[in-house]
Design a protein around this ligand. Structure first.
Ligand SMILES: Nc1ncnc2c1ncn2[C@@H]1O[C@H](COP(=O)(O)OP(=O)(O)OP(=O)(O)O)[C@@H](O)[C@H]1O
Ligand SMILES: [Mg+2]
Length: 1006
């Protein structure tokens, strides 16, 4: 803890206020000289307790004393120390009162308040500290609210000391200067050794391999009758103590177990673990005493006397104690195998470490297994630990796997009715993934969750904060920069923040790795935090002003680097996301600590532009949730009144609609009108887009003419025009007029290109490509469009899938069934890899068409049915009905008329599509015709012919006309006219396969 940084630091501390009750009355009744003497004794008593428990007295305010725990260094038990100090100070005050009451006729009493939280500490060295922050006020207010003799704890402090104290909840306090009532707890008793209850409510999860290793090692000790040492290492809370408990439970009956823990607090507790072991041996003492001999007995007895006893002549020396402990183990192990557990060795005094090493080196021929449990920093105190021993092993516990964490969380949930009350799967997922494979963190997060709090539990903060405070200044500087860069970081990035001084990073990095705070990443020069929570804690404890500056520099660096990507080194990471992330953080922090900064508007503008650009890319990739989040963030950063708000709203609205969120899609438009009030172009664009939303939600087609009249007033409003053409296309598609829809999209495209709006252009091209399956545009032209788009969207598989599906359909129509299948295979593979559910359904559907054209009607039927079922599950009732009708048609084509009729009768739930309606009508005619009901058949055919006039889809027309021709022929009428028209329809599209079949059929007629 040498060279600490003298700059003001953010840190988590515990603040304690203690004050005399009724001091005015005392002043009234006592002579000031006497009062001063009494108060001096009171101060002295309190100060002593505060110092002895590791606190620093910050200042005296009137008669009150303010103390801080956690400066200059945090310890994970700062809260416990503060509570112990308060309790002891209170006892001292009462002692003083009892002493003066008879002679001075006054009683003295005090009250206390303790709070935990983030503060700024200026000049944290020595006793001269200045602590600024709301935590100070809270502690002071709690103290005022406490009655005489009472110690009130804030909620966080209560959580931190709960395992060591009895507390009583008090009704939420309304404190001066606080908006909301504050939860508080009254201290009843505190007892540091109460410790955690060691009954495990959850079975041991995972760790089988580690448990086996320990068990095998123990077998070796027993079989070989030798002393061995197992060191179990791991970060706080990872499950070391738990594993050892499990190991001990599974040991054979005849094994003697001695266990002791090193405490984190208190001076002079060197042999505490040994005295704990001796306590457990009380019953056996006479026999043991005899066996270890007089010297040994004296040494061990000496350990039992409390540290506050006066120095005695016969106080044993270190060597004697080591010798005695060794004989003790020897004596016990001669009777039965012995396991000695020493937990929390990272807090052991060097003398105790010497003693353990000495034992393992000198104990011979007796089966003793020393299990040493410690956090990785044990190696800081003793780098050579375990080296040079003949029989030693080290076992390191790593994070638990996500499936194991999921099981743990499930078990913990099952055991807590209060948590179940907050049941919500998303939250549990957050605990599973947010706890870094650390079971303690999961437990603590769940506990906080049960209490309805959202932030990082104070228990975790205290644990991690203490760990970080043990780092030296160089390590801390590296870690703070790394945390600002992100979970993963590289040496190169660190150097950017160190102004290119490589010397600053190398050594601290390797020390941080040894301390298990970071580990190597996948790429050369890359590292990552071993625990996400560590990063979060370091980040939170770094000055915001400094962070804001670093974030800005990182944004610049990532931005420049994106420009450096080249053919030779194209992989420079996802730079754009990083740029916006850092810009956003820089803005947020600057706004918090320097709201008047003249550079802020420029920074905000940059962040908005970058977010919008990233959002556009995400939209292009069809990563809708990300796109919406980015665009919305960009929109909120962009100053109102900027023209971009209009196109942003349209994009957000498109993305929401594609996600099926119609209300959110509409809300995006409302927001644009708020941000660009009184702007006629925005209003018009929004009106048009609202019509699109309505149409997509199943409303009737709107009147286009009034819109066109409004548009004519501003011929240069390209975006509104462009969107109008898209609306037009949608209306035409709904009416079955694919040629007109195609023309409308091309009109839109003609505007989007000169606007340079790649988003609109892609959208229109995608729409055209989909349309080309049904529109009169001939197959070769459609295939050319597909080829263009395959090149344009190359490398973006989500965009390629619909193009490949269209291509497959066109190829199949042209008779290239092999090519069609190949295209579908690729599309299917992409759709599966990218989890594109609906696109996968489209692939299955077109496979159905290909098999049908190939005459494999059984396969085609299954494919159509499968696609229909998937669509129904996804809530697309209309298209599902159409596909069910197609499936029934395949049954009919196999010749199973009755079955087809039954299937047709079933599949009518859902809004009908023109396509499905026509096909069903033609099928009904065909079935009637087969049954000899020619009049019914002809009437169905006539109705189909009439309905057919509303669509220009050539293949749909061809398919229905072929059925009409067959019906006519069966009824004894001339089929030539509909057959010829079917042929013309197929030929105009270039659907050669179907055309050939009609032609053959017509030849057969002659
Ligand atoms: N494998 C496991 N299965 C179920 N619960 C576990 C497992 N490992 C740890 N736990 C639970 O997680 C909590 C933390 O574990 P434990 O106290 O053993 O951590 P530790 O590594 O000893 O930490 P410290 O260094 O702070 O002593 C305990 O409540 C423990 O019961
Ligand atoms: Mg432990």
């Amino acid at each position: 803890m040498s060279d600490r940084d003298p700059r003001p630091t953010r840190r988590n501390v515990v603040v304690l206020f203690i004050d005399i009750v009724g001091s005015t009355e005392l002043a009234e009744r006592l002579d000031p000289e006497l009062l001063l003497r009494i108060l001096d004794r009171y101060y002295a008593a309190c100060r002593t307790e505060i110092f002895e428990h590791g606190g620093a007295v910050e200042k005296y305010i009137g008669d009150a004393i303010m103390a801080v725990f956690g400066v200059p260094v945090s310890r994970e038990d700062d809260a416990l120390r503060a509570v112990l100090a308060a309790d002891a100070a209170m006892t001292a005050v009462h002692r003083l009162s009892a002493e003066i009451a008879p002679t001075h006729g006054v009683r003295l009493d005090a009250h206390c308040g303790i709070a935990f939280g983030e503060v700024m500490v200026a000049d944290g060295s020595g006793s001269n500290v200045r602590v600024i922050g709301d935590t100070v006020n809270t502690a002071s207010r709690l103290q005022s609210a406490a009655g005489g003799g009472e110690i009130l704890l804030s909620d966080d402090v209560a959580r931190l000391v709960r395992r060591h104290a009895l507390l009583d909840g008090v009704p939420p306090l309304t404190l001066k200067g606080k908006r909301d009532p504050v939860r508080a707890w009254r201290l009843i008793t505190v007892e540091p050794d109460r410790g955690a209850p060691e009954t495990d409510t959850v079975p041991l999860i995972g760790r089988t391999e580690e448990l086996q290793q320990l068990t095998r090692f123990h077998d070796r000790v027993v079989r070989g009758r030798q002393c061995c040492m197992a060191t179990l290492l791991g970060v706080p809370g990872i499950g070391k103590s738990r594993l050892v408990r499990e190991f001990l439970t599974n040991l054979p009956e005849d094994v003697t177990v001695l266990a002791g823990r090193c405490p984190s607090y208190g001076i002079g507790a060197t042999y505490r673990p040994i005295t704990e072991m001796l306590e457990a041996l009380n019953g056996d003492w006479p026999t043991i005493a005899e066996a270890v001999g007089t010297e040994g007995e004296r040494a061990l007895r000496g350990l039992a006397c409390r540290g506050d006893a006066e120095y005695q002549d016969d106080t044993p020396g270190v060597a004697e104690i080591a010798q005695a402990v060794r004989s003790l183990f020897e004596v016990l192990a001669q009777r039965r195998p012995l396991v000695v557990v020493l937990d929390n060795l990272q807090w052991a005094e060097p003398t105790l470490l010497d003693l353990i090493e000495d034992c393992s080196a000198w104990l011979a021929d007796v089966p003793v297994l020393l299990v040493c449990v410690a956090r990785p920093e044990l190696y800081e105190a003793r780098p050579s630990w375990g080296g040079g021993m003949t029989c030693a092993m080290a076992l390191e516990l790593g994070p638990m796997s996500p499936p194991h964490m999921a099981r743990l969380v499930a078990e913990l949930r099952a055991g807590r009715a209060d948590v179940v009350a907050h049941d919500d799967d998303g939250t549990y997922q957050r605990v599973i993934h947010g706890s870094d494979g650390n079971p303690l963190f999961a437990e603590l997060m769940l506990e906080t969750l049960a209490e309805g709090a959202a932030s990082l539990p104070p228990t975790i903060q205290a644990l991690l904060g203490a760990r970080l405070d043990r780092l030296d200044a160089a390590e801390r500087q590296v870690l703070e920069r790394a945390a600002t860069i992100g979970h993963s970081f590289s040496v190169e990035q660190l150097e950017v923040l160190f102004d290119g001084e490589p010397a600053m990073t190398a050594a601290p990095l390797s020390r941080l790795r040894r301390e298990r705070l970071i580990r190597r990443g996948a790429l050369p020069g890359a590292y990552e935090f071993a625990q996400t929570l560590t990063r979060e804690t370091v980040y939170a404890l770094t000055s915001k002003e400094v962070r804001a500056d670093w974030h800005r520099r990182l944004a610049d660096w990532f931005g420049d680097r994106a420009g450096d990507a080249s053919e030779q080194a194209p992989f420079l990471g996802p730079a754009s996301g990083d740029v916006s992330r850092h810009l956003l953080a820089a803005c947020r922090l600057t706004r918090q600590v320097r709201p008047g900064d003249p550079l802020l508007p420029e920074l905000t503008g940059r962040a908005a532009d970058q977010l919008i650009r990233d959002g556009g890319q995400a939209l292009h990739r069809r990563d809708l949730p990300a796109a919406i989040a980015l665009l919305e963030q960009g929109r909120e950063m962009l100053p109102p009144g900027r023209d971009e708000h209009r196109s942003l709203a349209v994009r957000i609205s498109d993305a929401e609609l594609a996600r099926g969120e119609a209300a959110a899609a509409a809300a995006a438009l409302d927001r644009a009108e708020e941000l660009l009030p009184e702007d006629p172009r925005t209003q018009l664009t929004c009106v048009i887009q609202r019509e699109v939303l309505a149409l997509r939600s199943g409303a009737r087609a709107p009147e286009l003419e009034p819109l066109r009249v409004r548009l004519a007033l501003d011929p240069r409003d390209d975006l509104s025009w462009c969107r109008f053409h898209q609306l037009q296309a949608l209306v035409h598609i709904q009416e079955g007029r694919f040629g007109a829809a195609d023309r409308a999209l091309r009109d839109g495209l003609a505007l989007a290109r000169p606007m340079g709006d790649r988003y609109e252009e892609d959208r229109l091209l995608g729409g055209l490509c989909e349309l080309v399956q049904w529109s009169p545009t001939p197959v070769p032209e459609g295939l050319a469009l597909c080829a263009d788009l395959l090149a344009r969207f190359a490398g973006d598989r989500a965009l390629l899938v619909p193009v490949l599906v269209t291509r497959a359909r066109l190829l199949a129509l042209a008779g290239d069934l092999g090519g069609a299948r190949e295209s579908l295979d690729t599309a299917g593979q992409y759709a599966e890899e990218l989890h594109l559910g609906l696109s996968a359904v489209a692939v299955v559907q077109v496979r159905g068409l290909v098999e049908s054209l190939d005459g494999n009607h059984q396969d085609a039927r299954e494919l159509f049915s499968r696609a229909a079922a998937a669509l129904r599950t996804a809530g697309h009732g209309g298209p599902a009905v159409t596909l069910e009708i197609y499936a029934a048609r395949e049954t009919l084509r196999q010749g199973d008329v009755r079955q087809a009729a039954a299937e047709l009768a079933r599949g009518d739930a859902g809004p009908p599509q023109l396509r499905g309606e026509l096909t069903a009508l033609a099928m009904r005619g065909a079935i009637a015709s087969f049954d000899g009901e020619h009049a019914d058949a002809m009437s169905a055919a006539d109705r189909a012919a009439a309905l057919l006039e509303s669509t220009d889809d050539p293949c749909l027309r061809g398919d229905v006309l072929v059925e009409i021709a067959r019906i006519r022929r069966a009824a004894g009428h001339d089929p030539a006219e509909p057959a010829r028209r079917a042929l013309d329809a197929y030929l105009s599209k270039g659907a050669t396969l179907s055309a050939r079949r009609v032609r053959d059929w017509m030849k057969g007629l002659r």
